[in-house]
Design a protein around this ligand. Structure first.
Ligand SMILES: Nc1nc2c(c(=O)[nH]1)N[C@H]1C(S)=C(S)[C@@H](COP(=O)(O)O)O[C@H]1N2
Ligand SMILES: [Mo]
Length: 412
């Protein structure tokens, strides 16, 4: 008699929470090894050479359906945008970065609901997709950035490597988002006067707490700009970005903008979860711990700027019009300066309008490129007076690096 039949791969993948559609896609793209890699969360090596990694490395599984070709594939959970693909202010969906802590989920909106619960919700409610769509929506332009954007610079610029996906400068995008203010949903549910914290919970079954989640204070939840988003850039929210419904918490680290939203828990107490105790926490000598967190909880983003160029860039000698993007959670960008002498002297770049209140800004300047190897740095200042600092104290998980980035440019 032969050996026992191996268990069908589909059965194994299904038990690990994989959808049939994704299973078939992985199988066709990378065979059984791709399916297994996705099931077991195997990581592929990071790729820092931004200009030559258009597709997923061989044998690795891309846990998304979006075409990875325009992106830098950092590992199986991240598609990093190439800012050089962009010229306008709105990032098209095909160029918008993806960051998944587990995998992109296939959610059937007809079979989905959003629960509003917690000890500060006297009578819990559930909203269907149609219920959400029937509420009044607003549209705003806002940038969305991963807390780990620029993480590779802790190593490349300061010589001290941080843990985690070694993002360059492309874990950020700027889109128009259409959604219902979270405040209206909380109003519809009816929350008690003693409510202080709101936890947003996603559907990811693979994440450590079964549901990727983040807590925000009531005031941020009631901010009219904090949305439950069902539309992106004028179309239905795509699956990789959280269909059918995601949170958008402008100005806060990207991990707060929970995708594939399932549950909102309102409490009269502060709530703690992995994403405000050990993850998305600045851990290091300069960051005293707060509450139950191991360090300082990462909440709002910091002011940053980056050139829209490959890393490293190669240009011909002569005059170039270089461009890039700057953004701050604290207000519009007031100025961007640039330097080609390691920050000894700075010149003013042009800001290309119009600037949305919560969006990013494009800047441009003309550079007469001499032959040889150079670095060009940019430094933004916002309307509140914040400027990118010369030095950011190290934190173990590499969040919120916002020193001016020395962008390598070879003139050939
Ligand atoms: N449910 C869920 N929401 C999530 C995540 C996730 O893994 N699961 N990743 C977060 C992180 S770390 C970031 S930076 C943003 C990225 O949003 P995007 O993939 O739409 O660009 O989504 C956030 N929301
Ligand atoms: Mo993130």
């Amino acid at each position: 008699m032969g050996a026992a039949q191996p268990r069908p791969l589909w059965e194994f993948a299904h038990e690990r929470g994989m959808s049939r559609r994704r299973f078939l896609w992985l199988l066709s793209a990378g065979g059984a090894s791709a399916v297994l890699a996705a099931c077991t969360g195997t990581r592929v090596p990071a790729d820092i050479s931004a200009s030559t990694a258009p597709a997923a490395p061989k044998g690795s599984a891309a846990p998304w359906f979006k075409d990875p070709a325009p992106f830098i594939v950092r590992d199986t959970s991240g598609l990093e945008a190439r800012l050089e693909n962009m010229d306008g202010l709105i990032t098209p969906e095909r160029f918008f970065f993806v960051r998944n802590n587990s995998v992109s989920l296939d959610v059937d909106a007809d079979d989905w609901s959003l629960a509003i619960t917690g000890d500060a919700v006297p009578s819990e409610i559930a909203l269907s997709y149609d219920d959400v769509l029937a509420m009044e929506s607003r549209t705003l332009e806002a940038y969305l950035e991963c807390a780990g954007n620029h993480r590779a610079m802790f190593d490349l610029v300061n010589g001290e490597a941080a843990e985690g996906t070694q993002w360059g400068t492309g874990a950020v995008g700027n889109a128009t988002w259409t959604g219902v203010p979270l405040a209206d949903v909380l109003g519809a549910a009816g929350i008690s006067d003693d409510a202080v914290s709101v936890m947003l919970v996603g559907m990811d079954i693979d994440s450590p707490e079964a549901g990727f989640r983040r807590v925000i204070p009531l005031a941020k939840a009631m901010d009219p700009d904090t949305l439950l988003v069902h539309g992106m850039n004028g179309a239905t929210l795509p699956r990789d970005h959280g269909y059918p419904l995601r949170a958008l918490v402008p100005g806060w680290v990207g991990s707060t903008s929970i995708k594939w939203l399932r549950r909102i828990v309102v409490s009269a107490d502060q709530q703690w979860a992995r994403n405000n105790t050990s993850s998305y926490v600045l851990i290091g000598d300069a960051y005293p711990p707060e509450g139950r967190a191991e360090g300082k909880v990462a909440t709002t983003q910091t002011i940053k700027s980056a050139l829209a160029l490959p890393w490293p860039a190669e240009l011909d000698a002569g005059e170039h019009h270089l461009g890039g993007y700057a953004h701050s959670p604290a207000g519009r960008i007031a100025a961007v300066e640039w330097s080609d002498d390691s920050g000894n002297s700075w010149r003013e770049a042009r800001l290309v309008g119009p600037q949305a209140r919560l969006g990013w800004t494009r800047f441009e300047f003309t550079w007469e490129a001499p032959a040889g190897s150079h670095t060009v740095m940019t430094r933004a200042t916002d309307s509140a007076g914040n400027t990118q600092p010369d030095q950011v104290p190290f934190n173990r998980k590499g969040y919120l690096f916002n020193q001016p980035v020395p962008h390598p440019i070879n003139i050939v």
